[in-house]
Design a protein around this ligand. Structure first.
Ligand code: DWN
Length: 395
């Protein structure tokens, strides 16, 4: 049974940065209700009414995974580790974005699957790329052409595909008998611990836990045999999955993490009700802090035009009365406006200057990288604001 626990209100598509805020483009802006629910049977947390992927993953997809040094390093290290542990002959990535993971393998070994055409165009010159949505039809096509794959990797993508049955059946179809599927996604445990409610937006249809993944994959003749905690995006899990019949032993760290999740109450609806109350308090505190700073005539901007910020801005109703603008290093976000709240986005070169008093960390998941980069800003008295794990000013 699915039970609702969090209502984040009317939300736009998190990646629908607007080129203009003319009457016509505002009229066409798509909104939906972002409600999060918990399945009491398999412990899966999900968006109640997922948006149609065809309007999310277009040829204008904004996010570039290689935009941060932290993620470039993380993908390089993941590739090295997986190569050493599984020695795959063929590697396929579902949701390859700009190729930041696959570029660490020899060209001939890799197959990229990426439905956003603008991203697929970036990788197709370097390696075999399928510019399609992941499904059984595509899996059949690829396995006919390249035979079975012994390492399937998918970072921040399986959680984005509403039809889990289709995803896992398509995976089972192409995975070699001894093959391994490795999935990385933000962990539910971390989201609850650090109150990062902004991990909920249209693309994050699911926020997985080891508990829910182990229950789900069983339905598709697969089994979860290992899991690793990784620091990506405020705390993620890397799941290792294989065919049910494989003799791969369940690792002790998987048992340990499952026990920790049970202790945290990730199999209990009451945990999520409590979380929803904390989310409401976080909103009140953030709005109160920004209001106080505005009264003192402080100039506040937002740092990183993240998809996560779309949830925060629209849930807390933060518009350009609070934030002068948002800065972001991604070229195709600059000059645009944030979804729903229509705050202008500037390059850091233009916007992150002497006039800024406070910068809200939209990209809080890269806090360490940003603090290192912005030492001069901090030295001259500039301050950051975050809501993770609680609303506060970072000095
Ligand atoms: O799952 C997803 C995650 C992995 O990436 C996707 N559904 C979409 C996207 O979500 P996001 O936008 O919340 O991701 P990031 O990686 O937190 O985005 C960081 C943004 O901040 C980028 O646009 C780059 C920007 N940035 C910046 O302007 N200055 C980042 C750093 C480190 C910086 O110094």
């Amino acid at each position: 049974m699915k039970k609702n626990f969090l209502n984040l209100g009317k939300q736009p598509i998190a990646n629908s940065f607007l080129s203009s805020i003319s009457k016509k483009s505002l009229k066409n802006e798509y909104f939906y209700r972002l409600i999060i629910c918990f399945d009491t049977k398999n412990f899966l947390v999900s968006v109640k009414n997922p948006v149609n992927p065809k309007i999310q993953y277009t040829d204008k997809y904004a996010h570039r995974a290689s935009e941060s040094q932290t993620m470039r390093k993380a993908f390089k290290s993941a590739a090295k580790k997986l190569q050493k542990r599984f020695k795959p002959r063929k590697v396929m990535e579902i949701g390859s974005n700009d190729g930041v993971f696959l570029k660490n393998f020899p060209k001939k070994k890799v197959i990229a699957v990426e439905p956003c055409k603008n991203l697929a165009n970036l990788t197709k010159k370097k390696f075999k790329t399928y510019p399609n949505f992941w499904n059984k039809k595509l899996s059949n096509k690829i396995s006919k052409k390249h035979s079975k794959v012994d390492l399937i990797f998918s970072s921040n993508t399986i959680s984005h595909i509403p039809n889990l049955k289709e995803s896992f059946e398509a995976i089972n179809n192409i995975l070699s008998d001894r093959g391994v599927l490795v999935i990385e996604d933000p962990s539910l445990s971390s989201v609850i611990k650090i109150n990062s409610y902004d991990q909920f937006y249209d693309e994050h249809v699911y926020v997985f836990s080891a508990l829910s993944i182990s229950n789900i994959v069983k339905n598709y003749q697969l089994k979860l045999f290992d899991v690793e905690k990784i620091s990506n995006h405020g705390g993620s899990l890397r799941y290792f999955i294989t065919k049910k019949k494989n003799p791969f032993k369940i690792t002790s760290r998987l048992n340990k993490i499952i026990n920790e999740e049970k202790k945290q109450g990730l199999n209990n609806f009451a945990t999520f009700k409590k979380f929803a109350k904390k989310v409401e308090k976080s909103k009140q505190k953030l709005v109160a802090l920004l209001t106080k700073l505005k009264k003192k005539n402080k100039k506040i901007i937002s740092y990183g035009a993240t998809y996560k910020s779309t949830t925060v801005f629209n849930y807390c109703k933060i518009d350009n009365k609070f934030f002068h603008y948002v800065t972001d290093t991604t070229k195709n976000k600059q000059g645009k406006f944030t979804p729903g709240m229509h705050i202008p986005i500037l390059s850091p070169e233009k916007g992150f200057n002497e006039s800024v008093d406070y910068a809200y960390l939209g990209a809080w998941n890269f806090k360490k990288e940003i603090m290192n980069k912005e030492k001069d800003y901090l030295k001259r008295g500039g301050r950051f604001i975050t809501h993770v794990p609680q609303v506060r000013i970072i000095k």
